[in-house]
Design a protein around this ligand. Structure first.
Ligand SMILES: [Zn+2]
Length: 495
């Protein structure tokens, strides 16, 4: 038994070696494995179950807000990809190509989709005839391939990754903006309400936006190791894709007009952020909102008490299941309670109920919280309400810890030395006034590999939609070059 327990446990430390620790948690908690080809992973049942929880939440919200699901081919003819020049230039270094089918060389190369604007937009053009066809809102759940030559990090960096990509067309610029904010808001909600991770909402700097986009908006999450994760992006594509692919419509006045389009995506990187944010040196920690098993019941018996303990445990499991909780009764004979505790801890089950002969005699239940091992004894009678309260408390503990990490790690700086020193010492975000010149970002990036990950937004409507927020001080100067600064920028290292 002792050998097995050791194999079960996490050996790396989150605070000392976050990279190694992360890889170990992902594998030992049964989320993913490495595929035989570098850059690819195998998603295991427990990992996929988490992805399905995210899918269920988002997919429901999409459908409530007018989105239909579709599926397009994973291959895009080269000539299609070339129709929007920014897409070609932006993705060219990362595109995987199919040049042969069976034994025959293909007449035209096929790109494995790095993103699907180029194959979806021509059909959106076909399907959009009149103003009555708009808005058109499509989404697909699929994987895309970006052939980056970086080290594999499950869910954070893989050549193929799962995501959803939404593509919409609208009659007016204002409606397109509204769409951008709706989707960004839904991404924010997934992070905050499902993953228990607070995020910052803003835009990417001009030079870092999605190829061909007018504006790329983003939600950013700060990891405990001080690096930022781009949590999901929602792009206002203006009219560039509509022009390249002829997405036009006949308006009420019989005039032909060009549509405005958006696209938005959230990938399984959200799972990486989830693991990184809450988990610890005992293994995975999951908020109850996403945990495939929310409650595990571990009965503790001797031969003479087994029947009573199991019967009592089963009745509690039945009550909880009937109330809609995802509950598991771990009545395996071949494992002792200590082994079971460790295993469910490693797998991140948020709440453990321990039931032995004393609990049976006193009509009580012992509850243990996964994040901090807080233990309490409660009455059997109110078990459904009690479990509900405890799961809520566990969610709050996780959210509050993450919120505190975010709050404590936004600092200000007014010189390049201070930006670099602060990031080197603390990580986190450094908020600075910025002149808008990419050269000023480059100067920092070269030295400490931190970049501008986000710019807070001025507001979300009217003529300044998507404009970066200005510094409070009208005479603010760029923290890097000292020229007048009309916008704020957040520097950070990122995943
Ligand atoms: Zn500057």
């Amino acid at each position: 038994m002792s050998d097995e327990s050791q194999e079960l446990g996490i050996t790396e430390s989150k605070s000392h070696k976050p990279g190694e620790w992360y890889a170990e948690v992902v594998q030992k908690a049964g989320l993913a494995d490495y595929a035989p080809m570098g850059g690819f992973i195998v998603t295991k049942p427990r990992g996929y179950a988490l992805w399905e929880q995210i899918q269920d939440a988002l997919d429901g919200w999409f459908k409530e807000t007018g989105v239909d699901n579709v599926y397009f081919p994973m291959f895009i003819p080269e000539s299609f990809l070339e129709r929007e020049k920014d897409i070609v230039e932006g993705f060219d270094p990362e595109v995987a190509w199919v040049t042969q089918g069976g034994h025959d060389e293909l007449e035209e190369r096929l790109a494995v989709r790095p993103t699907s604007e180029s194959i979806i937009a021509p059909f959106m053009a076909d399907w959009t005839r009149s103003h009555r066809d708009l808005p058109l809102r499509l989404n697909q759940w699929c994987s895309v391939v970006r052939w980056e030559a970086t080290e594999t990090k499950p869910f954070f960096r893989t050549k193929e990754f799962m995501w959803q990509e939404g593509h919409t067309a609208h009659a007016t610029n204002e409606e397109a903006w509204e769409e951008v904010w709706t989707r960004l808001g839904q991404y924010e909600r997934v992070y905050e309400d499902v993953l228990a991770i607070p995020v910052l909402r803003g835009k990417k700097p001009e030079h870092d936006k999605f190829p061909g986009a007018d504006t790329t908006t983003t939600v950013e999450a700060l990891m405990p190791d001080g690096k930022s994760v781009q949590g999901g992006t929602s792009h206002h594509l203006g009219q560039s894709f509509a022009e390249a692919f002829d997405i036009t419509y006949v308006d009420e006045d019989e005039e032909e007009r060009t549509a405005y389009t958006t696209s938005w995506g959230l990938s399984w990187r959200a799972l990486g952020a989830l693991v990184m944010t809450h988990s610890d040196d005992q293994g995975l920690v999951l908020p109850p909102t996403i945990a495939p098993t929310q409650v595990v019941i571990v009965p503790i018996w001797q031969e003479d008490t087994k029947e009573d303990v199991l019967e009592y445990s089963e009745s509690i499991a039945d009550d909880l299941e009937a109330a809609g909780f995802r509950v598991e009764l771990d009545d395996r004979d071949e494992r002792n309670p200590g082994f079971k505790f460790n295993e469910h801890e490693l797998n991140g089950v948020p709440l453990r109920l321990e039931i032995g002969p004393y609990e049976v005699d006193d009509a009580e239940v012992t509850l243990v919280h996964r994040p901090d091992n807080e233990e309490s004894v409660e009455d059997r009678e109110e078990i459904v309400d009690t479990v509900d309260d405890h799961l809520e408390t566990i969610y709050e503990k996780l959210y509050d810890t993450a919120a505190e990490n975010l709050e404590n790690n936004i600092r200000e700086a007014d010189s390049p030395e201070e930006i670099m020193g602060t990031i080197g010492k603390h990580g986190g975000y450094v908020k600075v006034p910025w002149c808008g010149d990419p050269a000023c970002e480059e100067a920092i990036k070269e030295k400490v590999s931190a970049e501008i990950v986000m710019q807070p937004l001025e507001d979300q409507g009217g003529t300044t939609a998507g404009a970066p927020k200005a510094p409070d001080d009208e005479d603010a100067t760029c923290a890097v070059c000292g020229e007048p600064a009309d916008q704020l920028a957040y520097f950070a290292k990122s995943y």
